[in-house]
Design a protein around this ligand. Structure first.
Ligand code: SAM
Length: 320
């Protein structure tokens, strides 16, 4: 094992060059690993900003969330075990997520610099779990940001098909269907995703913390003043790139610009296809990313390499 210790930076990581599970591409270090096994490689108080999009333990999945495994279990229609994705309500899902995210947050708060922010995507029905978990781990909950997008798939369904399967006469079926008045299951078509904004407690005043750590204050002066609503279309490259829950590079760039400055280190413990990494490099930040699935790790690697190749020839605007 050939360990290279990156000691010239404030953060220190071992890159095992003969093990392609840990790769350096320009200013990005990416790891094929369970984040809980590699957080220990990052020094305390060394990360400036965490931007992430964790697994939510979607319906039909166990604690070992895997979008790769999920796709194997679903049909072309996006159906998991007879029900559309996200339709089966499992109350234990939130509890499992909260425990999982508490452990992640304990590590996140350790590696963040005082005053550093963590922005974590979450779904409307699981936001409170992520917020409680990170608050219990020591974070201060600063806000809920909104990713307003062009809309997801409507998941509300009528109950007619259940009635039609009932062992009763056709007249009785018709009667029940009439009584249901075309009412549907409680899922309005989604138009946003919530983003938790949590902050590691700062040391001293805002000014003192900024002067010591370079964190804790945010940028708001863009073309128009930044609000809590970030409006970005859903990427239409989901199929092309090969990740089901890919985020727009634009929104990750904006989060990075708001919560960090050039040259700082951005961490994504659930990098998926590497969107945060691409955004970080585009905005001249350093990046550390973890991903548990080999298939996604390879996609992230490819996207970062493409960015790197294009950066040299100035065509990086085209890299999504
Ligand atoms: C919601 S997706 C992130 C997608 C990403 N934002 C993008 O644009 O591609 C969450 C990712 O976390 C990965 N993951 C799940 N559990 C993990 C763990 N314990 N450690 C590292 N990665 C994990 C999943 O494989 C998945 O790719």
């Amino acid at each position: 094992m050939n360990n290279v210790n990156v000691t010239n930076e404030k953060y220190s990581i071992n890159i095992q060059e003969d093990n392609k599970k840990e790769i350096k591409i320009k200013d990005a270090f990416i790891y094929l690993a369970d984040c809980m096994n590699v957080f220990c490689k990052i020094a305390d108080n060394s990360i400036d900003f965490i931007a992430t999009d964790p697994p939510y333990f979607l319906d039909g999945m166990g604690d070992e969330w895997s979008d790769v495994k999920l796709r194997k279990r679903e049909s072309k229609a996006g159906v998991v075990r007879g029900l559309p994705r996200g339709m089966k309500f499992d109350p234990s899902q939130g509890k499992r997520l909260e425990i999982f995210f508490y452990n992640v947050s304990k590590e996140a708060i350790r590696v963040l610099k005082p005053g550093g922010f963590m922005a974590s995507f979450s779904s409307g029905r699981l936001f409170h779990r992520i917020a409680s978990a990170s608050e219990n781990a020591g974070f201060e909950i600063r806000d809920m940001l909104i990713w307003e997008h062009n809309g997801g798939q409507g998941k509300a369904f009528t109950q007619d098909h259940f009635v039609k399967k009932m062992k009763i006469s056709n007249d009785e079926k018709e009667n029940i269907i009439k009584k249901l008045q075309n009412r549907k299951t409680p899922q309005l078509r989604p138009k946003f995703e919530s983003i938790l904004l949590a902050q590691k407690p700062k040391e001293g005043t805002f000014v003192e913390n900024w002067l010591t750590w370079g964190t804790g204050l945010i940028r708001t002066d863009f073309e128009t003043q930044q609000t809590t609503i970030l409006n970005y279309r859903k990427p239409n490259m989901r199929k092309e790139i090969g990740h089901m829950t890919i985020k727009p590079v634009g929104i990750m760039e904006r989060l990075i610009e708001i919560f960090s400055v050039q040259g700082q280190v951005v961490l994504d413990p659930f990098m998926g296809s590497g969107t945060t990494g691409v955004a970080a490099l585009r905005k001249m930040r350093k990046f550390i990313g973890f991903e548990i699935e080999k298939e996604y790790f390879k996609i992230a690697k490819k996207r970062l390499e493409q960015f790197n190749a294009c950066y040299a020839s100035n065509c990086y605007e085209k890299i999504g």
